[in-house]
Ligand binder design. Structure first.
Ligand code: ADP
Ligand code: MG
Length: 247
């Protein structure tokens, strides 16, 4: 059974139909890269999965539980349960500026109250080490580079032990020389079999790290394939055109 199963997802902003009957599924341990032109609905799709956007129709099922079934949302407690399985990393990091790095990591798990303070502290220490930022535990976000901020954001998302990590253009706001350190952390996660959806313009990352590449245009999934087929043998004219412009 798929870990994420989306069927007939529809979403409009006013009269602008942004997602047109999207159907999509992915398995545990898969890494899916979503690419496509600006405005094609990539962010709205990710945001719909984590309930940051309300959809107008269709179904979203995560790990066999419905977030939305045929356009009807689950009850609040179920929504909370379903969305707690996913962590999201945003283009602009969204760190809390008034909290230190360590506090950024520990805040959500502390509020959840399912672990002791010392357990939380141990995990934040381990995760900061994992993303190479042990020495920045007590720094504030304003004193970090963009690449460091994004690595903190990834560690913070991991603090909630998500089954699935969603990334929305995690390197698009970074200076080019800082993208590598973030992509490296993401590649390490992929190698540890983390299930990930990555919206990205980094074609090299999509080719190397993703198990599958999904191309969106105009609110639709135009095609989806393994990276070697996708890049060497795109099927649709819109995909070919996009790749001509972006490779
Ligand atoms: P992408 O991430 O592929 O660039 P988005 O999902 O951000 O695309 O946007 C898809 C379309 O939805 C665009 O036309 C965008 O202007 C519109 N849109 C996105 N968010 C909103 C919003 N909050 N209100 C109105 N329109 C929106
Ligand atoms: Mg976007």
């Amino acid at each position: 059974m798929a870990l994420i199963e989306v069927t007939g997802l529809k979403k409009s902003f006013g009269t602008n139909e942004v997602l047109k009957q999207i159907s999509f599924s992915m398995n545990k341990n898969e890494v899916v890269a979503i690419i496509g032109p600006s405005g094609s609905g990539k962010s709205t799709l990710l945001r719909s999965l984590v309930n940051l956007e309300q959809i107008d129709g269709g179904s979203v099922q995560i790990d066999n539980d419905f977030l939305v079934k045929d356009g009807v949302y689950a009850k609040p407690a179920e929504i909370k349960e379903v969305t707690s399985k996913m962590g999201m990393v945003f283009q602009h990091f969204n760190l809390f500026p008034h909290l230190t790095v360590k506090q950024n990591l520990e805040m959500a798990p502390s509020l959840r109250k399912t672990e002791s303070a010392s357990e939380i502290e141990k995990r934040s220490k381990d995760l900061l080490q994992k993303v190479g930022l042990s020495e920045k535990a007590n720094a504030y976000p304003s004193n970090l580079s963009g690449g460091q901020k994004q690595r903190v954001a990834i560690a913070r998302a991991l603090m909630l032990n998500p089954d699935i990590l969603l990334f929305d253009e995690p390197t698009s706001a970074l200076d080019p020389e800082l993208t590598g350190e973030v992509l490296k952390v993401m590649k390490d996660l992929a190698e540890e079999s983390m299930t990930m959806i990555v919206v990205t313009h980094e074609m090299g990352f999509a080719r190397e790290v993703a198990d599958r590449v999904v191309f969106m245009d105009g609110g639709e999934i135009i095609e989806s394939n393994n990276p070697s087929e996708f890049f060497s043998n795109p099927q649709h004219d819109r995909t070919k055109l996009f790749l001509q412009k972006n490779l």
